[in-house]
Design a protein around this ligand. Structure first.
Ligand SMILES: C[S@@+](CC[C@H](N)C(=O)[O-])C[C@H]1O[C@@H](n2cnc3c(N)ncnc32)[C@H](O)[C@@H]1O
Length: 270
């Protein structure tokens, strides 16, 4: 199982199930942060469960649930991942993080197309994780690792700064009702976090089929020092040829939705 690939010198990451004794069960925070997702998952299909059982040891990365630990235990659980050790190589062409890969078809497609890139996928939805694992196993892909957790927590607690060449956020939940906008993942805090995790020259690539969210994304990212819109101020980019259509996007296309791609580069803050 992919565990313990954390930067040397830092406290090794215990699995909560292994490390936390009955008297130390994690307690939920009284004030839970607003999440960009709701865990409403049905059962895994037999195929997804089999993929979880057989392929998680090859592709899965366990992260401790830092957010459910009491504050005094959090520091112990926080340690950055060693991505070189995780992927078994230090010099991929690009290190790419995809947040919310859904069922993972487009991520598996990209990884098969560009084997010199390393792809880390984070998704909270276990059935989606199971499906991606099955696709990775079928393709015998070596350049993908998978985390089943809240990407915001993983970014905050487990990824070193300036470690990524690209971050992909394709069709994040639009939370279209006004009272739910606070759940949208793209916020100034999130954008600053992404900027910190990108290498200089790294790219944050977003796509959405919800126009008012697209506008908000541009406004938020434009306000972050050190982010430059590759297409020019206020402009959208054409879909790069290496981005396959995603499952969610295809569904939107059938309903006649437009699609907006947005690419911001981590440039100098001057
Ligand atoms: C609308 S779906 C899009 C899925 C996929 N990118 C596609 O285009 O087909 C958004 C996905 O993001 C995931 N998600 C939302 N917030 C997340 C978070 N904080 N961390 C990880 N995944 C998240 C959801 O579980 C869901 O699968």
């Amino acid at each position: 199982m992919v565990r313990g690939n954390f930067i040397a010198g830092m406290a090794p990451l215990p699995l909560p199930s292994q490390q936390i004794h009955m008297s130390e069960q994690p307690t939920e925070h009284k004030h839970r942060p607003i999440r960009s997702f709701v865990r409403r998952e049905g059962r895994l299909t037999r195929g997804q469960q089999r993929a979880m059982d057989e392929l998680w040891p090859r592709y899965g990365v366990d992260t401790p649930g830092v957010d459910v630990l009491e504050p005094e235990r959090q520091a112990m659980a926080i340690a950055p991942l060693d991505l070189g050790a995780l992927f078994g190589r230090d010099t991929p062409n690009q290190r790419v993080l995809e947040i919310g890969f859904g069922m993972g078809q487009s991520l598996a497609e990209m990884a098969a197309l560009l084997p010199r890139n390393d792809y880390l996928g984070i998704e909270v939805h276990r059935p989606g994780v199971g499906t991606l694992l099955r696709l990775l196993g079928e393709g015998d892909l070596h350049n993908v690792r998978v985390i089943c957790d809240d990407a915001v927590q993983v970014l905050k607690h487990h990824l070193p700064d300036a470690c990524l060449d690209r971050v992909q956020l394709y069709f994040p939940d639009p939370w279209h009702k006004k009272r739910h906008h606070k759940r949208r993942i793209v916020s100034p805090e999130f954008a600053n976090l992404i900027a910190r995790k990108l290498k200089p020259g790294g790219v944050f690539h977003l796509a959405t089929d919800w126009q008012d969210y697209a506008k908000k994304m541009i406004a938020v990212l434009s306000s972050v020092p050190g982010f430059c819109n590759i297409a020019g101020e206020g402009e959208y980019s054409p879909r790069p040829e290496w981005r396959p259509l995603t499952k969610f996007e295809r569904r939107g296309q059938r309903l006649g939705h437009g699609v907006w791609d947005i690419l911001f580069e981590r440039c100098s803050e001057e």
